[in-house]
Design a protein around this ligand. Structure first.
Ligand code: HEC
Length: 158
């Protein structure tokens, strides 16, 4: 790559990063029946494991593995995305979730599918920045939802 292109590339990557949403002091409490609450949180812990495994795969330069994990565990084909897919409003978990919460979930799952595409397309060291930027678009949606919502009835809270 010609040297003069490098600053341009760095600029285009950093320009897409905007400040993270702030944690609101009063988050909206979402009330779920006990069994759904447990499976919801189990899903969440798997989301975090998936992100961690993606990071480990990226550290090994294994872009294909990172893409597979994102697609199968976080993308719109993943079973954990069911409640956030359009047309699933009446599904078990979905009917307890506020519409905006489901919309953020949909954005997160879509960003994971986009990450899978970006990671699959990455072939060289210089693609790392773009791939990491793409992953941050996934985790940004995790942060955004956590900033606005919590579950009711947890740890003595109502
Ligand atoms: C659409 C909303 C939403 C999205 C998107 C979301 N979460 Fe969550 N997550 C929640 C809520 C609500 C809780 C419960 C928080 C509370 O009650 O304080 C939670 C809890 C968690 C927990 C705690 C689990 C436990 O056992 O206590 C982890 C870990 C977690 N999320 C990880 C993630 C990761 C990683 C992502 C993104 C890949 C993500 N979440 C995306 C809503 C979301």
């Amino acid at each position: 790559m010609k040297l003069f292109l490098i600053p341009l590339l760095l600029f285009s990557v950093s320009a897409s990063a905007s400040p993270l949403p702030e944690l609101k002091p009063e988050r909206h409490a979402v009330k779920l029946p006990r069994d759904l609450r447990e499976s919801f949180l189990e899903n969440m812990r798997d989301h975090l494991s998936a992100v961690s495994e993606i990071q480990a795969a990226l550290a090994e330069k294994n872009f294909d593995k990172a893409a597979e994990i994102a697609k199968n565990r976080l993308g719109l084909d993943a079973p954990s995305s069911a409640a956030c897919r359009p047309g699933m409003e009446m599904a078990d978990l979905a009917k307890f979730m506020p519409e905006n919460m489901r919309a953020i979930g949909f954005k997160m799952h879509s960003a994971a599918d986009q990450f899978a595409v970006d990671a699959k397309n990455a072939g060289t060291d210089s693609d790392y920045r773009a791939v990491i930027d793409s992953l941050s678009k996934v985790t940004r949606q995790c942060v955004s939802c956590h900033a606005q919502y919590r579950l009711a009835n947890r740890q003595g809270k109502t």
